[in-house]
Structure formats: structure tokens, C-alpha cells
Write a protein that binds this ligand. Sequence first.
Ligand code: NAD
Length: 481
Amino acid sequence: MSEFVMTIAGEAAPTEGTFGVRNPATGEVFAQAPECTRQQLDAAFDAAAKAARDWKADEAARRAVLLRAADVLLASGDQLAPVLTAEQGKPLGDAGIEVFASAIWSQYFANLEMANQVIQDDDSAYVELARRPLGVVAAITPWNFPLTLAFWKIAPALLAGNTLVLKPSPFTPLTTLKVGELLRNVFPPGVVNIVSGGDDLGAWMTTHPVPRKISFTGSVETGKKVALSAAPDLKRVTLELGGNDPAIVLDDADPANVASAIFAGAFNNNGQVCSAIKRVYVPEALYDDVVEGLAAHARAIKVGEGTEEGVKLGPINNEPQYERVKELVADALSHGATAVTGGKAMDRPGYFFEPTILTGLSDGTRIVDEEQFGPALPVVSYRDLGDAIDRANATHFGLSGSVWSADPDRAAAVAAQLECGTAWVNTHLALAPQQPFGGFKWSGIGVENGPWGLAEFSEFQVVHRSKAPNGLNANTASLIS
Ligand code: NAD
């Protein structure tokens, strides 16, 4: 049996089957994760359905539980961060920040207002708009920020009065399983069930008859499958999918400054962020200076095992993703691009790739058009700003983007023309729990975070109290008189 155990109905749910989890810094299997059976998934949804009635009845209790969950997370950073680093690859400090952010999200939703809205109050009626829970939520997360993205779902789903079954990625199931264990005595039994398994388990969840809502974060390809499997049962969906974020540098920007901030926005989590900068558009006059600034950071940054002191970039999380980054960079180089830095895998065990800055390429090259999701950044030059905006928008993606200029108003006017869910000015990756986050086009459906994200875990209900003594209203009165 694995030391990592699923949580179903508030209890440890051991499995006979397990699967190996690899440390991306070595490529070796270092732990076993439980393989959930169909019967156990049924049991998890059953427990969530049974828990839903009491859970939705007491809002104050829900808020208190979310605050206690945050306290447990804050007290468990030292225990959780090493597990996260081992399975995900990110530096230990970043893993600690991820645990901390998960607690912040839990606290934010614990304190978020959820009052009914009065939409009519006159002689004839008092009408309120309420939000009612959906019931059971199926939550599915990816491998780049397994814990924070789990809490983007757990916290609002629970505050809204739902219960939940959550499945982490098979590449990074361990931290989430551990959190399930740590919170077994915090959440009432059945309110949060944590299961683990392969992609099939995700498909079983989205076709299961119990959940009324699927909250999914992952790739566009899988998101489309999730939407298809939700349709026959009209399950509600929130889909947070991939991105190919453009950064547009304007001709008045300071090249050294923007190069630093753009490097940070592109290489955060080794480029494995849905809304990382994935292509940069730079005016010809600034091109060499911006490229040199980016390259200087790429050369200087320390790459290595997440447990090693001073390391800022870890390995790519998993072999398929590592192969994909290698393939996209090789494709760019074979089409005439230059790797100013990097350009190849590192000669060491694990899934390490050199921080790579690519020049001499344009739209129409795969690494510019597709989501690379790794430490390789194409820098494209432009002559005409209108053309750069068109190229930034000429994609199925629409998650976020940024515009960089000495004149924030000018940059904001350009940002307003970007077809994406978040348009940053002179920064990138500034995410916060109160800010709705979601994508245009193929980058998703719906949003997470803020009151808008909370609303997606509920249905509208109009509560209309008539003040007419006979119960008739403007629409029904004519039949009786
Ligand atoms: P993925 O789509 O391969 O997997 C995501 C999750 O879906 C995993 O838990 C996986 O097991 C599960 N899954 C796979 N097939 C399934 C199916 N048929 N039905 C249901 N579930 C299934 O994505 P990934 O490789 O883990 O993550 C990387 C992607 O996630 C990137 O495209 C990235 O941009 C995106 N992402 C988006 C956001 C956002 O908020 N928009 C955040 C993080 C990552």
C-alpha cells in the first residue's frame, strides 16, 4: 500500500492498485499513488451527495471550516512543500508559496460576502435573487500548480454550499492526497473527497450521474472532451484551459526594465503557467536590446533540483511535456530560428531543458502559434503596432496578455484591444483571489475567483413574495376578474 491514501467519506480509502509517481529532477519513480476503482469513485460521489444536505444548511459553519482549513495549510508548509517539489519539480521556496497561496484562497472565500440581492420591493412584491448550491462538484486539476488550483475550486465550491470530489493530475497527485489526509478532521465526512488515478478516472467523473458541475483546469484538448461528456446530462462546466499569452512591447518602453519583467512573466514555474508570457512582440528599433536583456537573465538563472539552494528553475514536470518542448524548439531551429541562449535539453538525468530565447522567427512557426508550456520563449519583431495587435489576436487562445510602455494610458489603450480574459499593463501574472480569471475563445468557459467565480458554483433562484392579498399579479389577474 502507498503512504499516500485517498480520502472518501472522511476516511482513508486504501486501494489495491497503485501507480508510480516520478520525480522530474531524476526521472525516477519515488512514490506510489492510489489507483481509484469505479466502485470507490461511486462511493466518493455517494458520500458527497449524502453530505450535501447538511453542508448547504449552515453558511457560518462553512466559513469556519474554510478558515480552519487555511490554518492547517499554513501550519503544514514544511510537510507539504517537499512533497510538492519532489512530484512537480518546482524549487522548494516556490512550493512553500504555493501552499501559502492555497491558504490565502481559502481565507478569501471564507470571508467573501454572498448576500441575496433585492431586485424589487414595492407595493406588489418583494423579490430577491438568491444563489443556491448545485449539489456535488467534480473537480479536476493539472500538474503545474496542483495545490493552488485545487483550492481555486475547493474554496468557492464549498462556500457556495456544494460538496466535492477532486482528482489531481496523475503526474502530481501526492500533495493533494496529503492535504486530503490533513483535512480529514476539518471537513465534515463526504464534503471533500480526494481520489487519484489516470486520465480514465477523469473521464469517469465527467460522465458520472451524480455531479451537477464539472470544474476543470487543463489543456484545450481535454477541455473539449470534458465539454462533450458534460453535454448529455447538461452538467454545468467551468473550463480553465491553455493559453498562448502575447506580450507586446511598445516603442517607448525601457528595454532593460521590460526584459526583466517579461523574463519573470515567461519563465515563472519554468514556463509551465497557463497565463505565462509565451511569445513577445518587440518593435524593430528595440529588438536587439530586449533580446539581449532576456538572454542575460536566461544565462544567469540557476537551473537544478528544486531542493538545491539558489535554484530558480526546476525541471519540466513530465516526460511527454519535456518531449513536446524539445520538439517545438527543434522545429523552430529547423525553420531558421536562432537560440540566443539554450536550445536543447540539459545533459543530466531528469527533464531539464536549458532556458531558451529564440529569435529570427515569426507567426506561422509552431512555437509562436502553439502553447509551448516550458522554458523556451520566442521573440518576434514588428514594424507596425496595429499589425502586432492583429498577430497577437490571431489565435484560438485568449487567456491573457500584456502591453509594456513608458506611457500606461497608451499601453492600456492597446491592452483593451487584446482578445483575452486578463490584459495586463506593465506587468504579467498579477493574479489575485478577488480578480476573476478566465479565457476568451478556446482558453475556457467561465471564470474562477472573486464573486464571479463563486457565482459559477451556484444557480440563480428568484424568490418572489407577493404582497397582494389575493396572490394575483399583473400577469395572472385578468383570468380571474
Ligand atoms: P491535461 O488536460 O492533460 O490534464 C488535466 C487533468 O485532466 C488531469 O487531471 C488529467 O488526468 C485529466 N484528464 C485527462 N483526460 C481527461 C478526460 N478525458 N476527462 C476528464 N479528465 C481528464 O492538462 P495538463 O497537461 O495536466 O495541464 C497543462 C494544461 O493546463 C496547459 O494547457 C495549461 O495551459 C492548462 N492550464 C490552464 C489553467 C487555467 O487556469 N486556465 C491553469 C493551469 C493549467
